[in-house]
Design a protein around this ligand. Structure first.
Ligand code: FAD
Ligand code: DLZ
Ligand code: SF4
Length: 523
């Protein structure tokens, strides 16, 4: 058995040397198979930068393994006879390499895991699917935390309690069995608006090498009609560059990460954010090593506790929780639409062509960078889709297409549960709905907008202002059941009927107006 050749199939988001499917790989005996396939690159029409990033990272990962003595079977997109799907490519690779067995790590997405079960039946050899040990909580860990002894799922789950459990388990920022600083969560310190004069750290760029250039040519040729700008491209695509980027973040941006986590600034897409999600999600960086580095920076006095706790919470709390919810709730979660939202996603989500400056900024930056930070995603783009009642399926597809870190397991709960409240409050204790006042408080966008954030009604009024109340009124029946909405629903109840009519009229004018009419005019 030990002399039998094993084919180790590695997917594009599994570019980690500590991957479970590589744990017992034998150089000189086994073959590592990595495949660029059209079926994946077009499962949705991914942003050009995302495809370029991932294909380049896949090719570099293969080169690194080759340099360590592994036999690599790398199927490039343009290779003659590339069959275009994982299943067919894997079957070809088994034959080509005369493999006795296939080992892989579980795919991160439901769709691909389902496909993998069918490969098992179709392949002439055994296929072993191993747990993805890069996550800190296994599926079993999450289920045993979330589901009661009788196997019943709760009506709601709250990240905060899961996070505390993860803090205890990992020991991150723990002292004498309790949280460092006497608090589990420093979120209330992390909502500051940016002062006018603040030095925003300048990011290092990574010059594309020959491998990246070749991939960029490929993407320019084969995916020309996909959304987004391919150039400039200066992202880390190797493990070494990703580590250098992590070190840069820890030294330069982490100290400000907490204070300015929720802030937004015109033409400053990154601020103090880590910009590491794509590297963590595809495996170039491990979630543990990112937290280890942040906690070490705090211990060495290089970053304050509110920043480090906030960063660790995003990774061991939110990231793991989101994944747990995805696997607990799939496949039904994909169709969740608790608020019966049916409106078409407006065309300006693809062009940025809107007079609402906050949305124009977020879409334009997304198109250029395949990135927007969390508050832009949640409180500008997501908030707008929530208030305007956009069909969750269309919102999901948009978010899956446009971000370089987007994989269904992480995109879907963030869109369905966090941004749209489409799961009826399973993941979020109340809708993240906000009027223009929130965006004005947290950004400098409103100063450059043709709408007036202070006006509540009429042509010049900020659309978020009336859409907010229109949303509460349209969903009154559902939202009244949420005790955290009690105060605001009380205010809605006391609103003069004429004022409510005015809100509805403004909302109809906007929602039926030219900006919204362009519909799902996707590239
Ligand atoms: P930072 O702000 O620096 O945060 C540090 C790290 O924490 C991130 O790199 C990420 O690994 C993790 N993290 C933070 N928040 C979340 C979260 N809510 N869920 C999971 N991980 C989190 N994240 C994705 O990785 N892929 C997606 O497709 C994705 N889609 C989203 C869609 C919507 C509607 C919303 C509201 C959020 C989405 N997020 C997604 C979560 C979050 O916005 C991104 O992880 C973050 O903006 C990435 O930028 P960063 O690396 O600079 O993060
Ligand atoms: C996102 C993506 C793209 C665009 N292309 C590929 C590919 O050609 N080959 C590959 O192995 N992975 C790709 N990926 C990432 C996969 O979509 C991701 O690994 C699976 O969906 C996880 O279930
Ligand atoms: Fe956005 Fe309203 Fe501010 Fe314009 S005024 S930037 S639409 S929040």
């Amino acid at each position: 058995m030990s002399e039998e050749k094993v084919l180790r199939f590695i997917l594009g988001d599994q570019l980690s040397r500590d991957l479970s499917s590589l744990s017992d790989a034998v150089p000189g005996r086994d073959v590592i198979f990595i495949a660029e396939v059209m079926g994946e690159a077009t499962s949705v029409r991914h942003h050009k930068k995302k495809i370029a990033f991932l294909f380049s990272a896949m090719r570099h990962f293969a080169n690194d393994l080759r340099a360590d003595g592994f036999d690599i079977d790398y199927l490039a997109l343009d290779d003659a006879g590339n069959p275009g799907t994982f299943g067919a490519a894997l079957a070809d690779a088994v034959r080509r390499n005369d493999a006795h067995r296939v080992v892989m790590t579980e795919p991160s997405e439901f769709r691909v895991l389902n496909d993998a079960q069918t490969w098992r039946e179709e392949l002439s050899v055994d296929l072993e699917i191993r747990t993805d040990t890069r996550f800190l909580a296994s599926h079993e860990d999450f289920v045993s935390w979330a589901v009661n002894d009788k196997g019943q799922q709760p009506k709601t789950l709250r990240m905060e309690y899961f996070y505390r459990e993860m803090r205890r388990r990992t020991g991150y920022l723990m002292v004498d069995g309790g949280p460092e600083g006497g608090q589990w969560n420093f979120d209330s310190d992390n909502r500051k608006a940016l002062p006018d004069k603040i030095r925003i750290p300048v990011r290092p760029g990574f010059e594309p090498d020959g491998t990246t250039r070749a991939v960029m040519d490929l993407v320019a040729r084969r995916f020309a009609s996909h959304f987004g700008d391919l150039e400039p491209f200066d992202h880390p695509v190797t493990r070494a560059d990703a580590l250098a980027y992590l070190e840069w973040f820890i030294a330069e941006a982490l100290p400000g990460f907490g204070d300015w986590q929720d802030a937004m600034k015109q033409s400053e897409p990154l601020l103090f954010h880590s910009h590491l999600s794509a590297m963590i999600n595809c495996g170039l960086l491990g979630p543990r090593e990112c937290c280890d580095r942040a906690v070490a920076a705090w211990r060495e006095g290089q970053a304050p506790l509110n920043a480090v706790e906030g960063f660790v919470r995003q990774i061991i709390g939110w990231r793991e929780f989101i994944r747990g919810v995805y696997w607990l709730k799939m496949p039904d979660y994909a169709d969740a639409n608790a608020l019966d939202a049916t409106r078409q996603l407006p065309g300006f989500f693809w062009t940025g062509d809107t007079e609402m400056n906050c949305l124009r900024q977020a879409v334009t930056e997304t198109k250029a960078n395949a990135y927007a930070h969390h508050i832009q995603r949640l409180m500008v783009l997501g908030n707008f889709c929530l208030l305007a009642g956009i069909d969750p399926k269309q919102v999901q597809e948009w978010f899956l297409i446009v971000y370089w870190d987007a994989y269904e397991w992480v995109e879907m709960p963030n869109v369905v549960g966090m941004a749209l409240y489409a799961d009826g409050g399973f993941l979020a204790s109340k809708p993240y709905a906000a009027s223009g006042a929130y965006i004005n408080r947290m950004s400098d966008y409103c100063a450059g907008c043709r709408f007036d954030v202070k006006q509540k009604a009429g042509e010049k009024a900020c659309p978020f202002n009336y859409l907010y109340w229109n949303f509460l009124s349209a969903n009154e029946g559902t939202l009244r059941q949420n005790h955290r909405m009690g105060l605001i629903m009380g205010s809605l109840g006391k609103m003069a009927p004429e004022r409510l009519e005015e809100i509805k009229a403004d909302s109809s004018r906007f929602l039926e107006g030219p900006e919204m009419r362009t519909g799902w005019t996707h590239v």
